[in-house]
Structure formats: C-alpha cells, structure tokens
Design a protein around this ligand. Structure first.
Ligand code: ADP
Ligand code: MG
Length: 438
C-alpha cells in the first residue's frame, strides 16, 4: 500500500481586489463595511499525492498553480482548508529563495544541507556532485549575490535534487537557464522518479509533463477541472488550448511560409552557404535534438552582407541561418546571442517575430535571416541556434536541433568609459540649468 505523502483538503485562497487604493483604505477604517471583490486564486481544491507519484500541475497563467505550491510548502496560508505533508520537502519556488546572498555557492550548499537536516559529514560527501551538476565553473566560490539568474537556477536545482528530498516541488524553474541545463535537469527528474521519490512539477510545457509525470491535475481559474493520468490530462489541456488558439494565427503561419520558401534561392551565394562542414564540426559535440532538421551553417553579417567578426560602431547585424530538413517537419527557428558566461543576452525566433513555425519536407534547404541591432557591451559572444516545435505558440515542447559554439564574435570597447550593463542602447540626454543661487 502506497503511503499518502501530501493531502490537500478543500483549499481556497481568496484575494481581495479593490478598484482603487481608496476603497482598501475605507474598508480598514469603516468597520463592518465591505469594499472590493473576492478573487478566488484557489477554489475548493482537494487531491492526494501518494509516495512515488510524479504529479504534474498544468493550467494557463493565473490559474493558481504557484499559489497552490506556495500553500503546500507553507510559504502562504490558505483562506480555508487543510494541507498535510509527510516527508522532507525541497522546493524550487522562486529564484534564489533559500540562499544567503553574502555566502559563496559552496557555503550555500552546506547551509542548505544543514537546514534540511544533513550533518556536515553527509554534506561533504554530496558537495562535489552538487558542484558538478550546477556546472557554473569558478563562480561556485563567489558570493551568490554576484550570480546571474541562470546561475542561481542551476545552483538551486543542483542543491534541490542532489540532497534527495522525500518530496521535490518544482515551479516552472526549468524555464530559466539554458537548453542544455533544462535537458540535464529533465534526466535528473527522471532519475529521481525511478528512485521512488515523490515530485510535484508545475509547468505549462505539456511535453515535459507528459514525459515526466504519471498523474496530472488541470487547474482552471482556481479549480481542478481534470485529474487523471498525465497523458489524459495533457491531451485535454492541449485540446482546449487548440480551441482557444485563434484560427487566424494558423492562417498567418501558412501564408508566410509560402513566401519564405519561394524567394529563398535567388542568390547564387546561398547555395554555397547552405552547408559548411567547418560549422558542423564545431557544433558536433554539443548538438542536441531529434534531428528532423538541422542547422548546417551560421553567419553574422553586416548590413552590407560582409562577415562581421568584430562589432564596432556598426550595431546592426544579420544572423543568417541555414536549415536542412532530414524529415518532414515544422519548427520555429531562432537564435540566442550569449556572453562569455553563456547568458542569453539577445535573441529571437520566427514564432516570436510573428512568422510562425517554418515547415519543410525532407531534403528542403532553407535560409533564414534575422536583422537585429547589437547593443552589446564589449566582450566575446557566441551564437546558439534553436529549432523547436511547440504545441501552442511560444511554449517550447520538443527540440528539433540545438547548436552551440559554432560562431563567435567580439564587441570592442566603444568609449573610454566602461558601462556595466549587459546591453547598451543609445540614449537622448537633456540637461537644463534651472537657476543659480548665488
Ligand atoms: P499561476 O501560477 O497558475 O500563473 P498564480 O497562482 O500565480 O497562478 O495566481 C492565481 C491567481 O491569483 C491569479 O489570478 C493572480 O492574479 C492571483 N494572485 C496571486 N497572487 C496574488 C496577490 N498577492 N494578490 C492578489 N491576487 C493574487
Ligand atoms: Mg505561476
């Protein structure tokens, strides 16, 4: 008999919504008089999670997923209802929650372990594995306050999964951090599941819920509208999402694809660009995805069409991507410009730009160009490409092809002054002297 590790009974969470701050104030001073409306973030939610269960919670933004997790972990109190939890819980709720910003990564690993009830000796055995999983290099010995959001997620994730809690609760934390880390975390989730750990995983990425979870709950406006196997619930969710998705955006997708494929191969140079063995060799070791289509060349060009290896005053660049289809497939095509720490600083994809997914038949060769400003501070950058398919626009579901480290460029120091920003756009500055007191 499986033990129940989490029991949620008739949970409701009500937020008061006021039309304006005055109403809130009046309600406080005028005892008994009610202003504002009751907003149910959660409305009479009940379910149980058994030991070893991997429960997915899906629902559109605002459906109450995060509120539910916060109540289960005790971060929030419900307005009514009861939650019972048996076991050691490790939760990934908010960025950096649970870290001391002044401590280094390593110190925080120990600190977290001790809070969870592990001895220093036990943590000494685990620390190396956590550092390797986090994979943030020398930063592990720097104070956490210097970390980027991607690094924080990596460290939080590494700690949460490596100290092997009885119950792991994850709130869409996988959405941050780079693609490689997402995949690594995914396999770690699978590993945890095989070990019989209980997991609650909130995501709007239906593919990972389908893949990782055995059961699921579908939340809509604070209510559970479906409960069942992950497959059943995700199918229902996707069906509803398709109904909601306007048919106009589908039509737009098809039209723009036609345009793209017809005027592609006008230039002779394009044929030569399609496939570059040097590029393919560079990305070989890190290439990921199902391979139905692949990026076979990538260049950064100036507006005049010259290769751009050093970005100087010229802040406009064209990212030219060659895609070869090996099977019939439809996917978005995009890129990320990453800095030396592999933080994604700039980027876009065809869905985001309103073109939609690109469809190709086996053997099709397509070139896609993105023209963008490059308001980057000095340093070395690399360009990563991502081909992915989505069930609804913008929600990444399956990676078709991911390439990294195939293309680098440098941005030179522009002015004698250093500005400590990630990106720098031209400002218009106005200065006025108001008066002189003397
Ligand atoms: P999800 O995680 O599914 O996107 P949330 O749990 O964050 O949804 O939010 C559920 C609902 O509760 C939303 O309508 C949201 O606007 C509301 N809500 C969340 N936090 C607050 C708050 N502090 N005050 C008022 N309303 C809130
Ligand atoms: Mg949320």
């Amino acid at each position: 008999m499986q033990q129940t590790t989490i029991k949620v009974e008739n949970i409701s969470k009500i937020y008061k919504i006021y039309d304006n701050p005055k109403e809130r104030f009046l309600e406080v001073i005028q005892k008994g008089k009610e202003y504002g409306k009751n907003h149910y973030a959660l409305n009479d939610v009940s379910f149980e999670v058994k030991e070893g269960e991997l429960l997915g919670i899906i629902g559109v933004n605002g459906s109450g997923k995060s509120t539910l997790l916060k109540i289960i972990t005790g971060v929030l109190q419900p307005t009514s209802g009861k939650v019972t939890v048996n076991g050691k819980v490790s939760a990934l709720l908010e960025l950096g929650a649970g870290f001391n910003p002044e401590y280094t990564g390593v110190e925080n690993i120990y600190f977290n372990g001790l809070v969870m009830g592990f001895s220093r000796k036990e943590m000494e055995e685990k620390v190396q594995g956590i550092i390797e999983f986090a994979d943030i290099g020398e930063f592990i010995n720097q104070p956490v306050k210097t970390y980027s959001s991607g690094m924080l997620v990596r460290l939080a994730y590494a700690v949460a999964v490596s100290i092997e809690p009885d119950i792991l609760i994850v709130d869409e934390a996988l959405a941050v951090g780079d693609v490689y880390f997402q995949m690594k975390s995914m396999s770690k989730m699978e590993e945890l599941f095989r070990k019989g750990k209980t997991v609650i995983f909130v995501s709007h990425d239906t593919a990972s819920v389908r893949k990782l979870c055995n059961t699921a709950i579908y939340l809509d406006k604070g209510k559970i509208i479906a409960k069942g196997t992950a497959k059943e619930v995700v199918d229902l969710y996707e069906k509803k999402a398709r109904e909601v998705m306007s048919s106009s955006s589908k039509d737009m997708k098809k039209d723009s694809i036609k345009q793209i494929t017809t005027d592609m191969f006008k230039h002779e140079a394009d044929e030569a660009f399609v496939r570059n063995e040097k590029y393919e060799k560079l990305v070989e070791h890190s290439r990921e995805g199902n391979g139905k289509a692949k990026v076979c060349n990538l260049e950064l060009l100036s507006e005049e069409g010259e290769p751009l290896l050093i970005v100087d005053e010229n802040r406009v660049g064209i990212i030219r991507i060659s895609v070869i289809f090996y099977e019939d497939c439809q996917c978005s095509v995009g890129y990320h410009i990453r800095d030396e720490k592999n933080e994604q600083i700039l980027g876009s994809n065809t869905v985001y730009e309103g073109i939609g997914e690109i469809s190709g038949f086996s053997g099709d060769r397509i070139i896609i160009e993105f023209k963008t400003e490059l308001p980057l501070k000095e340093g070395r950058y690399n360009i990563m490409t991502v081909l992915s398919t989505s069930v609804f626009l913008n929600r990444t579901v399956e990676f078709v092809d991911v390439t990294k480290d195939g293309m680098y460029f440098d941005v030179l120091e522009k002015k004698p002054y250093r500005i400590w920003n990630m990106v720098q756009l031209q400002n218009t500055v106005r200065i006025r002297k108001v008066s002189n007191e003397q």
